[in-house]
Design a protein around this ligand. Structure first.
Ligand SMILES: *Cc1c(COP(=O)(O)O)cnc(C)c1O
Length: 430
């Protein structure tokens, strides 16, 4: 499969190049040249999650990764359970938080790390994976790449904007992982990463790659679990899927799945008050803003980079985009209400991101009087956001061992101002 840049259709590269470049040299984002319809092939199959992942991902790496290697990568990357639970009739929850860092970003990061490891050989120059994080990306990437030979990971995260548990996950691994705390917002961190990729001198001296959701290798594995959800709840019908969104990589994975033939009645772009995409769907105007701080902090994104991919997938046709996606946004108060109501009515504990998604599903079903089976993509374990979840439900929640373990370790971080010069100096000399 070839991948093209959103800035230039004739700029084609293979999977390996798209994986290591992250951003295309012209500053665009990579998209697959064609998205094959796989629905007829997989609709009646059952089997494990890694087997499904193999079926869906193989066309994108065909010619560059052998079948047996991709099977190994999938077995290895997706080695945890992916349950679909019922909140109430026709309202389901796809739990993507059973990986090592208890957030859905494990799916993308683990696939990406193993793909990079596959292509690197002993003679390769050390690879620096540079990543900006609003919380969970960094920990998933750190965990996915920890102790992978030939790769060092440098994480930029916004000071004071990630939860204590997230921070301990980012800063406690050590070894080939370095965490840098930037005095700025997530958007500032993301901008620093973009600048690093555009810096000629830097790219000539070090071998730089990205693990942000700009990387197509992160999006592809994020289309698999949409099929998985459908298999559990959809039978032959179309389903409704609510995606708690920030940078819109998760939703883009869902749109790929739909293009691969998955029957979807509607995607719901559920956001917190960083609502530039719901606003865009309403008004047709995309107006990026500074992000604001909310309880669902992994979705505090004011200028989501995947929107340009989504627009490209729909050939910039707002009408067909609106046909497939509806947007809703919720305040922190509404998020807390969603958590406490779901707990009192259904005894289900949601984290703040998932709570935003569930509010979106309820809203859509009511507004459009739809009886189709609906699913919320649950992006994080509630224990990761214990500060807001416990008061909302009025009960203590148990902290899983894996999280406890992170919190007991020593934090190691480097503090830096929001300045390219400092980041560059570190990358060149550390
Ligand atoms: C990253 C993240 C999101 C947002 O996903 P996008 O792909 O950036 O839209 C939602 N919830 C959690 C817990 C996350 O870590």
């Amino acid at each position: 499969m070839q991948f093209y840049s959103t800035r230039n259709q004739s700029n084609l590269v293979g999977f390996r190049d798209a994986l290591f470049q992250g951003l295309a040299p012209d500053g665009g984002l990579y998209l697959p040249e064609n998205i094959p319809n796989l629905w007829d092939k997989i609709k009646y199959k059952d089997g494990s999650y890694p087997e499904l992942a193999f079926e869906i991902l193989y066309p994108y790496v065909d010619g560059e990764v052998s079948k047996s290697s991709l099977e190994d990568i999938c077995q290895n990357a997706f080695s945890f359970s992916v349950p679909v639970n019922e909140i109430k009739k026709d309202h389901h929850i796809l739990e993507l938080f059973h990986g090592p860092t208890l957030a859905f970003k494990d799916f993308a990061a683990r696939f990406m790390a193993r793909s990079m490891e596959y292509f690197l050989d002993n003679n390769s120059k050390e690879l620096t994976v540079l990543v900006a994080t609003s919380g969970d990306t960094g920990s998933a990437v750190a965990s996915g790449f920890h102790n992978v030979d030939g790769i060092r990971v440098v994480i930029l995260y916004p000071k004071g904007r990630v939860s204590p548990i997230q921070e301990s996950q980012l800063t406690s691994l050590g070894g080939n992982i370095t965490a840098i705390e930037i005095a700025g917002s997530f958007d500032d961190c993301q901008l620093l990463v973009k600048k690093a990729f555009q810096d000629k001198e830097l790219n000539e001296s070090i071998n730089l790659s990205s693990a942000n959701s700009i990387n197509i290798a992160r999006l592809l594995p994020q289309s698999v679990y949409y099929f998985w959800a459908h298999r559990h709840i959809g039978k032959n019908e179309s389903i409704i899927i609510s995606v708690p969104s920030g940078n819109f990589g998760n939703l883009t994975g869902g749109l790929f799945a739909k293009k691969m033939g998955l029957p979807v009645e509607k995607f719901i772009a559920s956001t917190n008050k960083n609502d530039v995409v719901p606003e865009y769907l309403k008004s047709g105007q995309f107006q990026p803003r500074q992000s604001i701080h909310t309880l669902s902090n992994a979705m505090d994104v004011g200028d989501p980079s995947n929107l340009s991919r989504i627009q490209e997938l729909y050939q910039h046709d707002l009408t067909s985009l609106r046909n497939d996606i509806v947007g809703y946004s919720y305040s922190d108060d509404e998020t807390i209400n969603s958590i406490s109501e779901t707990f009192s009515e259904n005894r289900m504990i949601l984290d703040p991101h998932t709570a935003v998604g569930y509010a979106g599903l309820l809203n859509y079903k009511k507004e459009f009087k739809s009886n189709a089976p609906g699913v919320v993509i649950s992006t994080a374990h509630p224990a990761k956001f214990i500060e807001s979840v416990e008061p909302a439900i009025g009960e203590k929640i148990p902290i899983p061992n894996r999280l406890q373990h992170f919190m007991e370790k020593e934090m190691r971080k480097i503090e830096m101002p929001n300045r390219m010069l400092d980041v560059k100096e570190f990358l060149l000399t550390a």
